[in-house]
Design a protein around this ligand. Structure first.
Ligand SMILES: C[S@@+](CC[C@H](N)C(=O)[O-])C[C@H]1O[C@@H](n2cnc3c(N)ncnc32)[C@H](O)[C@@H]1O
Length: 206
């Protein structure tokens, strides 16, 4: 499958340019919205959201939750700040690279990643970090996209992966389930959609 290489500053720029699009999406009640709601209603307590984007998921968290949100794109963080202010939520925003940022171990009740395992150079490292930041009895919630089990769709995904990565900064052909199964996360429940390209995963640290 391989990892395509890109300078991190260039990848930040690619996501900076998409911040407006993500901000608009936060208001659309489409399939993405329904799947997020289904998964994120399980979020409780102290929440750590990785690669928060424009804050699309804030609306699904309990009003009482404390949120820490990380992203390496200043434009995404700025949009997410607007969304948080709009919803009257206090969010501790951290600008930084999820692969490098220092966060306290075994601290968060819920660690969340939506549509971001596709972007990291080392997704297995991020999964390991998620497990380490989550409390032992906490939850890890994932809404991710990746390679289909349908061979024709998978073929298209492999063919378009390089183009897509250069254009939007994410891989289309990662085997998300395999990555999670081989990580220090234990899957509690999972659901799969759109020819198994989209996954909702409820997990916990091993
Ligand atoms: C496809 S968007 C998803 C945004 C958001 N999670 C959502 O579901 O709407 C991917 C996000 O990951 C962020 N990102 C990608 N790689 C990152 C990294 N290494 N560290 C921090 N943020 C990263 C991007 O800036 C972008 O906001």
């Amino acid at each position: 499958m391989g990892v395509l290489k890109m300078n991190i500053d260039h990848q930040v720029e690619i996501f900076n340019k998409q911040a407006g699009k993500y901000y608009k999406r936060a208001k659309q009640k489409n399939m993405d919205f329904r799947l997020r709601r289904k998964l994120l209603q399980s979020a409780t307590g102290d929440i750590l959201e990785l690669s928060v984007g424009a804050g699309m998921s804030f609306q699904f968290y309990p009003k009482s939750s404390r949120i820490t949100a990380v992203d390496f794109s200043p434009n995404m963080i700025n949009r997410a700040k607007l969304v948080a202010a709009d919803q009257g939520r206090q969010v501790d925003f951290r600008l930084g690279n999820v692969e490098e940022i220092a966060l306290p171990e075994k601290t968060y009740d819920t660690v969340i990643s939506t549509l971001s395992l596709c972007s990291y150079p080392h997704p297995e490292k991020v999964l390991k970090r998620m497990a380490s930041w989550c409390k032992e009895d906490g939850k890890i919630l994932l809404f991710e996209h990746g390679i289909s089990t349908n061979t024709f769709v998978a073929w298209i995904q492999h063919k378009t992966n390089s183009f897509y990565f250069k254009k939007v900064g994410c891989h289309t052909n990662r085997d998300i389930l395999k990555l999670v199964q081989e990580s220090p996360l234990s899957i509690v429940k999972s659901e799969h959609y759109v020819l198994n390209t989209v996954h909702l995963i409820w997990a916990k640290p091993v």
